[in-house]
Write a protein that binds this ligand. Structure first.
Ligand code: GCU
Length: 439
């Protein structure tokens, strides 16, 4: 604003945003307890469930209990995913053969996705049918072999996730770090440290989920309904989180079989609402080898029962398009749910999951996410993994299959988050960087 000092302008922007983001305002007022907050009354995952006997073997888990829990999560929280899916590549181009200071080849795919519910197949090119759903992929040049890939869904347009003017829709000049989002939600909220990630040997694939299903309570539902035309029950019709989770799998469809990508190194990464989606994606797609779910909160890793922070009532009121309508019916009577969010983590076991958190992000309920990790732990054990290897929220063990990261501060993706994410990835996938070539 002309005439207004820069600091005053920023302060004003900051105040406006805080007022708008009431959830996050509340997040700054309290601190999460660093020891687990009692033993929550979450259902025991290996005990009797819906009249079936307890589970004692890995085989019983896979063939019986996992199916029932997946069904319950869809019925009570997310809505049902398609019975079958398909992805068609409409175009595939190299858009910059020497991107990010010569570190990567940058490519662009346009895809059409098909969801089949009850035999009715609907193909969509996304919210903007003319364009198709766009996926950008940065492939590191200096690697020893096929690179593990980090699949990302982010809040900001694709050209901010992978900033390059060649990305479809990008303005000539990309503002990477001075916007209000970055100011409030941290340096990496829009743009991850792409060069560091590439140097560590990881490829990045990014979509903007709003290009498939808009994050809007008016515009989202028509697209969700269109894609699920064969599905009749409105109570359990899928919400946007399920569709965004499904979108991670459509990215895998495209990259699976690409010889430049490590088929055992496919990682779904998401922050907050997209962290909810990343977790759900891995529950339904075992081609996803690991998840980094940062501040996934309610409807993500945090338990619905005994909840400080965002309640089921609050989330389903403010974001009615995110979940099945059925989830809202449990507001205030969460103890009647047959499952809780620890089932989400258990259904990813024994694959590595990193739960990222911040001490003052009580809105996302880090303590509830930790207790969900504890609840999922017996399933990791059953499947031959140590799972959670910490007793408190602040005992960071990046090599654990259920790793819990907490830092000071609030909701966002800040400077110390990505080094932690990379530590976790390196502990599990070793990166693919060719050190000799890099020097
Ligand atoms: C809101 C919402 C959270 C969500 C977050 C985000 O704060 O209440 O559930 O995780 O937005 O996506 O940033």
């Amino acid at each position: 604003m002309p005439g207004m000092p820069r600091f005053l302008y920023r302060l004003l922007l900051c105040l406006c945003a805080l007022a708008l983001l009431s959830g996050c305002v509340r997040a700054t007022m309290a601190w999460t307890k660093l020891a687990p907050n009692g033993d929550a009354a979450r259902p025991q995952l290996l005990e009797s469930f819906e009249g079936t006997p307890p589970v004692e073997t890995a085989e019983e888990w896979r063939t019986r209990r996992a199916l029932a829990l997946r069904e319950a999560l869809q019925r009570e929280v997310y809505g049902f995913l398609p019975d079958a899916s398909e992805t068609r590549v409409l175009s595939h181009d190299v858009i910059n053969s020497s991107a990010f200071g010569g570190r990567a080849v940058l490519e662009e795919y346009r895809i059409a996705v098909t969801a089949t519910f009850n035999g009715v197949a609907v193909e969509s090119r996304g919210a903007d049918e003319a364009m198709g759903v766009v996926m950008n992929v940065a492939l590191p040049v200096r690697t020893n072999g096929p690179a593990p890939v980090i699949l990302m869904e982010t809040f900001c347009p694709r050209w901010m996730t992978l900033p390059d003017p060649a990305v479809a829709g990008s303005p000539e000049e990309i503002d990477e770090g001075s916007g209000i989002m970055t100011y409030i939600f941290g340096r990496y909220i829009c743009t991850p440290p792409v060069e560091d990630i590439l140097d560590a040997g990881y490829a990045i694939a990014a979509i903007y989920p709003g290009e498939l299903v808009p994050d809007d309570k008016k515009e989202g539902p028509p697209q969700l309904r269109r894609l699920s035309a064969g599905y009749e029950d409105d109570e359990t019709r899928w919400g946007a989180v399920a569709a965004w989770g499904w979108a991670f799998s459509r990215m895998v469809d495209v990259l699976d079989g690409d010889r430049r990508i490590d088929p055992n190194g496919i990682v779904a990464w998401g922050h907050s609402r997209y962290a909810k989606a990343a977790l759900l994606a891995a529950v339904f797609d075992d081609r996803i080898d690991a998840v980094i779910a940062h501040q996934s909160g309610t409807g993500g890793a945090s338990l619905n029962r005994d909840k400080p922070g965002e309640s089921v009532k609050a989330i389903t009121r403010t974001y009615p398009h995110w979940f099945a309508k059925a989830y809202a019916n449990y507001a205030g009577r969460e103890e009647e749910m047959s499952i809780d969010q620890h089932a989400l983590l258990a259904l990813i076991a024994p694959r590595p999951v990193l739960l990222g958190n911040a001490r003052r992000d009580v809105w996302s309920d880090p303590n509830g996410a930790f207790r969900a990790g504890q609840g999922a732990d017996p399933v990791y054990d059953l499947l031959g993994s140590e799972g959670l290897e910490q007793d408190r929220l602040d005992e960071w063990k990046p090599e654990a299959d259920l790793a819990f990261w907490i830092r000071p501060g609030t909701h966002g993706v800040v400077e110390e988050d990505w080094p932690a994410f990379l530590e976790f990835l390196n502990a599990h996938f070793g990166g693919g960087a060719d050190e000799t070539a890099a020097n």
